[in-house]
Design a protein. Structure first.
Length: 223
């Protein structure tokens, strides 16, 4: 890699850097290292992700500008993605705790039959929508049933919809309890059934069956 030096006495920019490279590729690599040094401390980083960037420009200086701009964009996008993941991870449990705290136990007992009917309707509609697709894509029957059961949930969307309805006085507490319980049941019940009776049989990669060896193939791609 070539050499770069930050120029502290240049007042026309927030930061100025002088870059030298032995070749055009080396120049671009050195420029990338310089811009990375401005954003983070390289000593604290490990290479975990590789990305391929394809750019075109009419002039070489504009290509360098686009190259550095793309690096800044990727860094900011990754940062925002991690912030969103952390925020959802922290806030989601509190949301479900609030949703569950509004359920009334007396309604659960008094409306058990209605809840079972709603649960059955929800399961039937999910089976109608998902199971035929597993047949169309030629899933094994056991694997197709397993996939259908695990897809028959709608926990997040259903609970959000129910809480939205209660908060905006579209439904009352009794209706909310029935709907939320049916939604939770449609997540828990099929998952238990799938794990108990429809768990697909998995074979370790590289094992031999009937004298024929199975070889694991690893593919590598750049995103």
């Amino acid at each position: 890699m070539g050499r770069y030096e930050f120029l502290e006495d240049v007042a026309l920019a927030d930061c100025a850097v002088e870059i030298e490279g032995r070749s055009l590729d080396d120049l671009f690599e050195t420029a990338a290292a310089a811009i990375a040094r401005l954003m983070v401390d390289p000593a604290t980083l490990t290479i975990t992700v590789e990305r391929t960037i394809t750019l075109e420009a009419a002039e070489l200086d504009m290509l360098l500008y686009d190259w550095l701009s793309e690096m800044i964009f990727l860094k900011d996008r990754e940062l925002m993605h991690r912030v969103r993941v952390i925020a959802f991870t922290i806030l989601t449990p509190f949301y479900f705790l609030k949703a569950g705290s509004l359920v009334r136990a007396d309604v659960l007992v008094a409306s058990a039959g209605v809840i079972l009917v709603y649960l059955a309707i929800k399961m039937v509609t999910k089976f109608v929508g998902i199971l035929p697709l597993t047949r169309f894509f030629r899933f094994d029957r056991r694997e197709g049933m397993y996939t259908t059961l695990l897809m028959s949930t709608g926990l997040t969307f259903g609970s959000i919809s129910a809480l939205f309805g209660l908060t905006n006085h579209i439904i009352d507490e009794r209706q909310y309890t029935i709907l939320l319980t049916a939604v939770i049941g449609s997540a828990v019940v099929p998952t238990l059934i799938a794990e108990r009776w429809f768990q697909p049989a998995f074979k370790p990669l590289g094992s031999s069956v009937g004298g024929e060896s199975e070889t694991a193939v690893t593919a590598r791609g750049d995103s």
